[in-house]
Design a protein around this ligand. Structure first.
Ligand code: SF4
Ligand code: SF4
Length: 61
């Protein structure tokens, strides 16, 4: 299982992570991305690479 975390203050709501995640982990809430389906993460790390602000971390539990 993986845990997806976003440093809220770094997120500018660009939606890159929302658009790139193959399993739709992210959704935008109040202009910030939220990893609302973190438990479905496939650990591809596309979101980590795509985020221009390095706001996302994905860790294995
Ligand atoms: S690592 Fe891949 S599957 Fe997991 S949240 Fe990021 S883009 Fe989605
Ligand atoms: S890619 Fe990064 S800055 Fe853009 S919405 Fe996702 S977490 Fe926020």
């Amino acid at each position: 299982m993986y845990v997806v975390a976003i440093e809220n203050e770094k997120c500018d709501g660009c939606e890159e992570c929302v658009n790139i995640c193959p399993v739709e982990v992210f959704k935008l809430e109040d202009g910030k991305s939220s990893p609302h389906k973190s438990d479905e993460c496939a650990y591809c790390l596309s979101c980590v690479e795509a985020c221009p602000n390095k706001a996302i971390t994905v860790t294995e539990m």
